[in-house]
Design a protein around this ligand. Sequence first.
Ligand code: AMP
Ligand code: ZN
Length: 133
Amino acid sequence: MNTCIFCKIVKGEANSWKIYENEDVYAFLDIHPAARYHTLVIPKKHYTNIFDIPEKELQAVIAAVKKVSKLYEEKLGIKNIQIISNSGAEAQQEVFHLHFHIVPRKRGDGQNLRWVTHSEWVNDFDNMIEKIQ
Ligand code: AMP
Ligand code: ZN
């Protein structure tokens, strides 16, 4: 039995606020919004994350991310958007049905992401590239 909440949303078995849909993709408002119009874009078919979704279906999802972003630009004048997708629990994925977050941003919204960076790892770049040959 499929207990995935996003599959339930696609099937209309769980409530959602639809922004956009086509044959392959569904977009809806995130229930814990980090910004007004914080939106999730998902494939209608269940894929866990970036690792198992076929390229063609991913293309349909990212095309919808673009469409929704343009919609927000045209209708709402939104010009700053963060697009985030987490794959894997240690990468902060909580719902295991692939999704892209569209988060409209503005100055002073308090939502800036800050990475801890390690410039010393530049010394390892040649080794790192060697490992993936
Ligand atoms: P992530 O950490 O990338 O897996 O984020 C999952 C997102 O799904 C979170 O931002 C949740 O607020 C959102 N979410 C979980 N359940 C629902 C739901 N029923 N409707 C809308 N958004 C949801
Ligand atoms: Zn699912």
